[in-house]
Structures are given as C-alpha cells and as structure tokens.
Ligand binder design. Structure first.
Ligand SMILES: Cc1cc2nc3c(=O)[nH]c(=O)nc-3n(C[C@H](O)[C@H](O)[C@H](O)COP(=O)(O)OP(=O)(O)OC[C@H]3O[C@@H](n4cnc5c(N)ncnc54)[C@H](O)[C@@H]3O)c2cc1C
Length: 456
C-alpha cells in the first residue's frame, strides 16, 4: 500500500470507453484518490471503436442510447446539438464524433480544478503487472515502473487469432493483415486484384467500407462459415418498449418468448426487449445452457442483436448489388502464397463437398476478437496468464471474474484489488460489449474500488 497519508493510487490500464469512464467515475466523487490512466494508443481516449475519422463508420447504437452516463441519458444527444450536428435520439452519429465526445469529457476533467494532481495520463503500454506487498507494480513498455494500490484492467477486446488454415508463411507476409484495428488501410497493396475478408460481421463491414473508399473498384470477397452479415436497424423503436422476459428463464423458453414477441412486435423490437434482461438471463443459466446457446444461437443472435445503421446497411447493399462485395458462406480449407506474391485460397461452400479456388492480393482477418485469454497474443494478457494472475472463464469468452468484477487468479482465488471492466468480462455477463452496458458497469467498478480501498 502507498503511505497512509498519500491518497490511494488506482491504475486504470486502457483508455477506451471502459477505462475513461471508470477513471471519470473514480474522480467524479471528489474523494481523495489518485488515478493513473495508461494508454498505448495515440491519440488517447478513443479506444479501438472510436479512433476513426471515416464518415462511413457510424455508431451501430442510436444516439439516444449512447450517453456515457447512466444517470444522464440525454448527454450525447445534447453534445451533438451543441455542435450543430443534426442528429436526434433516433439517429446514428459517426464514430469519430463519439470519440470527440469521449475525449472532450476526459480533457474537460483533466483540466478541471477537481482533478488537479489526481489524474495522471501516461501514454505507454503496460507489459507486466506483479503483486507487491499490499499493492501492484506495473511495468511500462519504456521501462518505467508504476506503483498502485488497485488496478483496473480496461483492455478492450483481445486481438483476433489467425485461423489455423493461414500458414505461418502467409502470416509473416505483406499479403496478410492479422488485425484490421491495428492496420492502416491506406497501406493496402497496389493492384486491382480481389481482397479476401475473413469473417462477415461488424469488423468485415468496417473494413469493406474503408477499402471501398480507399481502393475503389477493387473486388472484395467476404467469407464466413454461415455467410451471415449483420441486419439493419429500421424505423423508430416503440416507446415504451415491451417488458423484457422474466429472469430466470432457460434458453429454450427465451427462444419461445422471442418468437411470440416477434410475432406481436416484429423481431427487432423483440430482440431489443431482451436486452435489459440479458445479463440476468445469462447469469441464471448453467454452464451447459450457456455453452448450448453459444453453439446453436450465437451466430444468429449476433447478426440480429448488433445491427447496422440504415446508412451503413444501404451502402453495403449497394456494394453487393454492384458486385463490389461478394459474401460467401463456406469453410476456408487452405491458403498458399503463390509465386507472384498473391494468395491462393481453397474453400468449400457451406453444405458442399467440392473445393473452390480463389486468387487474391490480400487476406484481411476480420474474424473478430479471440476471446481465450490463456492463448492471447496480447503481451500484457499473455504475461498475466503466464504468471497465473488471470485465467479464462469456463467458456473462454474472457477473464474469469466474480460478481464484483474482481479478477480470479489461475487457482480461482479472488484478487481483492485487481478488477476488470468492459468486453473482456463477457464470460460473466455476456452482454457487455456496447456503451449502454459498459457505462453501468464502469460506475459499479468505480464504486467497488472505493469500497475496497476504504476497507484497507
Ligand atoms: C469497430 C467497432 C465499432 C463499435 N461500435 C459501437 C457502437 O456504435 N456503439 C456501442 O455502444 N459500442 C460499439 N462498439 C463496442 C465497443 O467495444 C464499446 O463501445 C467500447 O468502445 C469498448 O471500449 P473498451 O475501452 O472496453 O475497449 P477499447 O476501445 O478496445 O479500448 C481498450 C484500450 O486499452 C488499450 N490497451 C490495451 N492493453 C493495453 C496495455 N497493455 N497498455 C496500455 N493500453 C492498453 C488499447 O490500446 C485500447 O485503446 C464497437 C466496437 C468496435 C470494435
């Protein structure tokens, strides 16, 4: 622990939405506490989702649901209005604007008298964490050491993992993009050949829209097992929305509830109505039930639940109609680097036995985050798992945590001053990927950190 007179230090690792909001909640209370917020990306305060200025990159949640504060639901809409942006609560702002909103809050607080001397922002990467007597020692990429009484892991989604059919040779070549969130699309290789996007979810949509703008006319092919792409938002949601299903309810009963609600209100309203209950439903399911949901329903849930703004859906539909984007359902069998530097791809259509072939200039891994923290390629997560300070939750969706967001170590023991927030806690909550859920969680984590520190 720091000296009894000095205010306790809380290190928050990661300054995307989860980390920024946890830090703001910690500082907002005016209690004696020092927050050290560490971020490896520049500029700070955007995270992976909002570090884009591509106007085609829209939020996939209506502005009216994107306030950063659970107790001030109109905050983001008011922010847009103050800047003369004509987007009401039912509209979809750009993700770049959302990033500016988030950064504005962070810099507003950083410059305010109430945060003077209490908020330290460090632009660096944390590569290791070790327990010390009563606290934690954090190691930065540049070698600097930081001491903290409590640590909050706000690391965001882990990077994607290469499919097994991607050979090490291809992986090491310039014809493969391992992580589209850490790749500049401007560096797409010259030429006119097709580009293969592995996956057909939201990451694929983002990559396709950017490539269409930066490399116009280039054929894009998306390949995923089911070839499902996210559906679109439509019309205004009903107000008030129908009541959510009562929890606890087993998965099959939820499915029946959804079918009935969809008949009455339409599938979009039915899916949205489940949202306030999703975390409670998930918590009420046994491991076996959760695993069955993931196996049988996850792909369908994802495309109906995480929808595209109408603007994005329309662009995507146009790209498909013009043949600029083809979406294939099938399995990637093999990839081979060809002599001319291109990539030979063997794939099998879903339900088929005959192998088809493609030749592409570039393969972009859009399969989304690899959730197994024990096989993570992220340096810090790998180091934490290696030291036994974290372990995967039983379904390998993220970190194993308890109901109060304490991280469990490799032996399942709760670590009272190590916390996690954001999508990496999916194993415990399932629905914890978007702002409406994380904003509530960030406030709770901050409250638990206070509670814990006051006990020492
Ligand atoms: C493309 C995309 C679009 C999205 N659109 C929406 C949307 O419209 N609406 C919505 O509600 N949600 C959306 N989401 C969901 C999004 O995940 C959440 O809204 C939220 O941004 C998650 O924030 P985060 O801070 O948990 O993660 P991130 O934004 O990933 O931030 C984590 C940060 O931690 C940093 N970090 C990680 N490890 C270290 C380390 N060792 N040292 C230092 N820094 C580290 C990373 O650099 C990163 O900046 C979208 C997500 C993506 C990927």
């Amino acid at each position: 622990m720091a000296s009894s007179k000095a205010p306790p230090v809380v290190a928050v690792i990661g300054a995307g939405f989860s980390g920024v909001m946890t830090a703001l909640h910690l500082l907002r209370q005016g209690r004696p506490i020092k927050v050290v917020l560490i971020e490896r990306r520049s500029p700070i305060g955007l995270g992976a989702a909002y570090a884009t200025d591509d106007p085609a990159h829209r939020l996939n949640v209506r502005a009216g649901n994107m306030s950063a504060w659970p107790d001030r639901p109109d905050d983001f809409v008011a922010w847009l209005k103050d800047r003369g942006l004509d987007i009401g609560p039912g509209g979809f702002a750009t993700r770049g604007d959302y990033g500016r909103y988030l950064q504005g809050m962070l810099s507003g607080l950083a410059e305010s008298p109430e945060a003077a001397g209490r908020l330290v922002i460090i632009p660096d990467e944390i590569t290791a964490i070790a327990p010390t007597e009563g606290g934690w020692a954090l190691t930065c990429g540049m070698g600097r050491a930081i001491g903290a009484d409590a640590v909050v892991l706000a690391l965001g989604n882990p990077p994607p993992r290469a499919p097994e059919t991607v050979t090490p040779e291809l992986e090491a070549s310039g014809a493969y993009v391992a992580d589209p969130w850490r790749w500049s699309l401007e560096t797409a290789p010259d030429g006119e050949g097709p580009i293969l996007l592995l996956g057909s979810g939201l990451t694929m949509v983002d990559a396709a829209l950017s490539l269409d703008r930066l490399a116009p006319g280039r054929p894009l092919i998306a390949l995923s097992r089911r070839g499902l792409i996210p559906r679109e938002h439509q019309g205004a949601p009903p107000s008030p929305p129908p009541a959510p299903p009562p929890a606890p309810l087993p998965p099959l009963a939820v499915l029946a509830w959804l079918r009935e609600a969809a008949d009455r209100h339409g599938w979009r309203t039915a899916i949205d109505a489940v949202r306030p209950a999703t975390q409670d439903l998930w918590r009420g399911w046994s491991l076996k039930q959760r695993a069955a949901f993931l196996r049988h329903a996850r792909a369908f849930w994802d495309v109906h639940r995480h929808r595209l703004s109408p603007e994005v859906a329309e662009r995507l539909a146009r790209m498909q109609a013009d043949g600029r984007l083809r979406v294939l359902a099938g399995k990637l069998d093999r990839t081979d680097r060809l002599e001319d530097g291109r990539v030979g791809v063997a794939w099998r259509p879903r339900g088929g036995t005959r192998t088809r072939r493609l030749e592409v200039d570039l393969v972009v891994n859009c399969t989304g985050p690899s959730s197994d923290v024990e096989r993570s390629t992220d340096p810090l997560v790998a180091a934490l798992a290696g030291r036994g300070l974290v372990r995967a939750d039983p379904l390998r969706l993220g970190l194993d945590i308890d109901a109060d967001h304490h991280v469990r170590d490799a032996r399942g023991r709760i670590q009272p001053t190590l916390f996690a927030v954001g999508p990496i806690t999916r194993g415990a909550l399932w629905e914890i990927n978007a702002v409406p859920d994380i904003r509530v969680q960030a406030a709770r984590v901050a409250a638990t950190v206070f509670e814990t520190l006051s006990e020492f």
